[in-house]
Design a binder for this molecule. Structure first.
Ligand SMILES: [Zn+2]
Length: 375
């Protein structure tokens, strides 16, 4: 319930971030790298060698052929649902990529702590997002924008001109992105009953997440679910358009509808599987955009979730809440492999920088999912 209430008040507690942009991101990423112990065979990291000071971590070679990474985040996708679901596109990616249905969330099993963990390579005890609300714990390390280093900060520092983009339909994602280093940001919300694209949450004072009834308006759970379904479809459309046109180096596409269905109509219900099938169609649309852009042989897709659920919620430590899928597909990735490695949400960002041949910053605690990478 706390999760639900928090989602419903999504716009509260947000503060505009200062406009530092790429220079600040590069500065911080290099500063973070400078904290790392230097192995004997260290080579200069691209960011450090091109800006100010030597990096002191070894730089991994990029995974051959990877020129784009698309991270798809499906809120509330419990691993329990995989076998029963009608998800042909996800099954295609798994059959030709690497999958574990035994990945684990960090705790608590709620959204912002885990999305922060996916994007920041460390858990809530370090990045500070211990709840969906205002950050209750100071990040152990901050950049000039007050954020723990995100995958976007690190990739931006190494690639000042690259296209980096995020698309999402839950406003609190904005807080976790290091948004000023992005080339393109789309928040899909609801304005006066219409699904609408915004550059950021609160761009319009009446913009709200889909599924949040305006004050004094009573709607059924089914109507609220359908509205969130429409917003996730619009997120997908915005992302597909951008991918086809701009061929971004790194994209994050967050789809909130499945969690909304879990909260309003229940996990592991026919309605949940209907929404999951729709999410799968969105994955298919993204795959189609990648093909249209001519990026199919150069793009790694990673599909992750923040938590599962039981009944109409999540937040506790049951297997249904903590066990989630983690899927990766693309060049340099093993094909048709069910992975045995321990995979935690901390590992997503380290895997992305590993694919791109960038050293991970010292504060990150995750590890690349090496088992997925073809040698
Ligand atoms: Zn969530």
């Amino acid at each position: 319930m706390a999760e639900l209430l928090s989602r419903m008040n999504v716009c509260e507690g947000m503060s505009p971030l200062p406009l530092f942009r790429e220079f600040a991101a590069a500065f911080f990423a290099v500063s973070a790298l400078a904290l790392v112990h230097q192995p004997a065979d260290a080579v200069a990291a691209p960011a450090a060698s091109s800006t100010c000071c030597p990096a002191d971590v070894s730089t991994p070679a990029p995974v051959a052929g990877v020129r784009h990474v698309v991270l798809i985040g499906v809120d509330g996708f419990g691993a329990y649902a995989w076998e029963k679901a009608k998800i042909p596109n996800l099954r295609f990616l798994a059959a030709n990529g690497a999958l574990t249905l035994n990945a684990r969330t960090v705790l608590p099993t709620i959204s912002a702590p885990n999305w922060g963990t996916h994007l920041m390579g460390a858990g809530p005890e370090l990045h500070g997002w211990t709840s969906n609300g205002a950050r209750s714990l100071e990040p152990l390390v901050r950049n000039e924008r007050g954020l723990f280093p995100t995958v976007f900060s690190i990739v931006r520092a190494a690639h000042p001109k690259a296209k980096l983009a995020a698309f999402y339909d839950w406003g609190r994602i904005h807080n976790l992105l290091d948004t000023d280093v992005l080339s393109h940001e789309v928040y899909v919300g609801c304005l006066d009953g219409k699904i609408t694209r915004f550059k950021r949450p609160r761009e319009h004072p009446r913009a709200a997440n889909a599924g949040d009834s305006p004050r004094g308006v009573k709607r059924t759970d089914q109507e609220l679910v359908e509205e969130y379904e429409a917003s996730s479809k619009e997120v997908t459309a915005a992302a597909a358009e951008y991918i086809e046109k701009e061929k971004p180096l790194l994209s994050f596409i967050y789809l909130g509808a499945l969690d909304e269905t879990g909260h309003k109509l229940g996990h592991d219900t026919p309605a949940y599987y209907t929404t999951l099938a729709n999410v799968d169609a969105h994955v298919g649309r993204i795959l189609e955009a990648i093909k249209k852009a001519g990026m199919e042989k150069e793009t790694v897709i990673i599909v992750v979730s923040d938590h599962g659920g039981v009944g109409r919620g999540h937040g506790k430590n049951s297997k249904l809440e903590t066990q989630i899928p983690w899927l990766i597909w693309g060049p340099g990735i093993k094909r048709g492999v069910t992975m045995n490695s321990a995979v935690l949400n901390t590992d997503t960002s380290p895997t992305i920088v590993r694919l791109l041949g960038l050293p991970q910053p010292q504060p990150w605690r995750g590890k690349p999912v090496e088992e997925a990478i073809a040698k």
